[in-house]
Design a protein. Structure first.
Length: 192
């Protein structure tokens, strides 16, 4: 090979590597911009979202501990505020948190479900445990999505989905409990 061919081959290799490097840099830059844009779309809602997830759970727990009808009504009102805000945020972040927003709606039902189970500590405790598990799964998925600058991945979605399903299953089991229905029927009859 003569020197001209070697120089030509070296120049072609350098040009190809420059084009590849440029392509990689453009893709990385675009990806970085998308991550920043994603974070910016979540940023205004993160504090309130986190607050409402845990407020919903905490207020649900307090409903089970309240002793007087006035205290129950007060905490029911506060829980309603949390669940209303959670539902509103859920609608705003529907596309940013695609795959986990249905679980947010399920969590928003927790105060009502716990209040229905209030007379039955076994069910109310189980609802609270499953609600807390769902809250933690949501929190981790949202934090990961924000940190990584992308919507929740399939594994996070599955974790959240199963935590929400476990909570719904406890409530459904409570609704289907024949002994519980008989007990409620007896309580209502004795109140009359």
């Amino acid at each position: 090979m003569n020197a001209e061919i070697v120089i030509l081959i070296a120049a072609i290799i350098a040009a190809i590597s420059s084009i590849i490097t440029l392509g990689i840099n453009l893709i990385a830059s675009r990806s970085s911009e998308l991550r920043v844009a994603y974070r910016n779309s979540l940023n205004p809602y993160l504090g309130e979202l986190s607050n409402e997830i845990y407020s919903t759970i905490a207020r649900s727990k307090i409903i089970t501990k309240a002793k007087t009808t006035m205290a129950i009504a007060s905490w029911r009102s506060r829980a309603k505020e949390s669940k209303t805000k959670l539902k509103q945020i859920r609608l705003v972040l529907r596309y940013q948190l695609w795959g986990i927003t249905d679980a947010m709606r399920t969590l928003a039902l927790l105060p009502d479900w716990v209040e229905h189970a209030r007379r039955f500590p076994g069910y109310s405790d189980e609802l609270l445990r499953k609600g807390h598990t769902l809250g933690v799964a949501l929190d981790k998925a949202i934090l990961s999505a924000y940190t990584n600058g992308r919507r929740p991945n399939w594994l996070e979605q599955i974790r959240v989905h199963y935590a929400a399903k476990a909570l719904r299953d406890v409530y459904k089991t409570m609704q289907d409990d024949e002994l519980l229905r008989e007990l409620v029927k007896d309580i209502h009859e004795s109140d009359d």
